[in-house]
Design a protein around this ligand. Structure first.
Ligand code: UT7
Length: 326
């Protein structure tokens, strides 16, 4: 059976940076608290005239350039996002238009912070079945558009950005070896934007209550995330008959340094084998893994033949993993 492999990566973050010191002037918080509890120092924030599809399109252009391909060579575009430009058309269609990928089918996936790995898993199936031959999978978010800037428990956490990969059928050992996706909606209300959609349509009341912004039971989410991810990474390696010592790099979703450290500890991995960039970007939800992957590629941290483990956890609740032989 055909397998898929990642042939190129790209990423893009908006220019404007918001530091912890900047946040100290906006809410009752401190650089020390944010750094100690999350590992975040600063995050990038979209400007007034930028939207999710702008970031996604730029990440896509970078990936196409790295691959030496034209947009018309792409036959599938999947954008993982929970902060789309609008309800419809999909952000993937907006990206298709912006880059000129005229031969592609385009659709969005929403699995919150796990979205990119859900997208990767779906694109992999399209390639394995021969339904498409060149897939562009993007994780792109503008979470800062949906935070309550008066709520210190959430506004310090999130940032904006996009990352992209291009998948092709693989004719050698370099391949996406395994993906796993799972949801458990028992805790659906742990992370949500309750208002502004069909359940509670946009209204004056929604704006007054700010229910069109992110609500998170942070500590409860933290506990489920640590427990779930510890099992997820061990199971993923077992499925591929690999030992933690064979892993070159763990590329985790960048939500909280303490969650990432707990996952690495469970595998017995030293932190130099873990890709970290949340200090500079904060939690960019579905964009965090492809941004980190692109950075790892561009800084020479990944070599051909390396085993990479990608994992994510987010609203839904959802979680996912992928094992790649580069
Ligand atoms: O990406 C998708 C999945 N999301 C996650 O994985 C996020 C998981 N959760 C987390 O990362 C952490 O729970 C947070 C970083 C959100 C919070 O850290 P925590 O250690 O769980 O803190 P907490 O919510 O238990 O709050 C501890 C204290 C509280 O004060 P009291 O009640 O003890 O007096 C909060 O009010 O810290 C206070 N606090 C803050 N203080 C200063 C909460 N936010 C802030 C803040 N600055 N920004």
């Amino acid at each position: 059976m055909l397998k898929s492999r990642i042939i190129a990566t790209g990423s893009f973050v908006p220019e404007k940076i918001l530091t912890n010191r900047d946040l100290e002037r906006m809410v009752d918080t401190s650089d020390e608290w944010i750094l100690e509890r999350t590992g975040i120092r600063e995050r990038h924030v979209v400007s007034k005239d930028e939207s999710t599809s702008d970031l996604a399109a730029e990440a896509a252009r970078q990936a196409l350039k790295s691959a030496g391909l034209k947009a018309k060579d792409i036959d599938l575009i999947i954008v993982a996002t929970c902060t789309p430009d609008m309800f419809f058309p999909s952000t993937a269609c907006m990206v298709q238009h912006k880059i000129g990928a005229v031969h592609a089918a385009a659709f969005d996936i929403n699995a919150a912070c796990s979205g990119f790995l859900y997208g990767l898993s779906v694109a992999d199936k399209f390639i394995r079945t021969g339904t498409c031959t060149r897939a562009l999978v993007i994780g792109a978010e503008t979470l800062t558009r949906f935070v309550d800037w008066e709520d210190r428990t959430t506004c310090v956490l999130f940032g904006d950005g996009a990352g992209a990969v291009i998948l092709e059928p693989s004719d050698d050992e370099s391949a996406l070896l395994y993906t796993h996706i799972k949801s458990d909606a028992e805790y659906w209300d742990y992370i949500q934007i309750p208002g502004g959609a069909s359940k509670e349509p946009a209204s004056k009341t929604v704006l007054e209550k700010r229910s069109n912004t992110i609500r998170m039971k942070g500590n409860e989410t933290f506990k489920v995330a640590v427990k779930t991810l510890e099992t997820l990474v061990v199971d993923t390696l077992e499925q591929c008959n690999l030992k933690p010592s064979q892993l070159a790099l763990l590329i985790p979703h960048q939500a909280n340094l303490r969650i990432i450290q707990a996952t690495a500890k469970r595998l017995g991995l030293s932190m130099d084998r873990v890709m970290l960039n949340l200090d500079r970007y904060g939690n960019t939800s579905a964009a965090s893994i492809p941004i980190a992957l692109d950075e790892a590629v561009r800084t020479g941290r990944i070599r051909r033949g390396d085993y990479l483990l990608l994992e994510a956890f987010g609203a839904g609740l959802t979680w996912a993993s992928a094992l790649i032989k580069w």
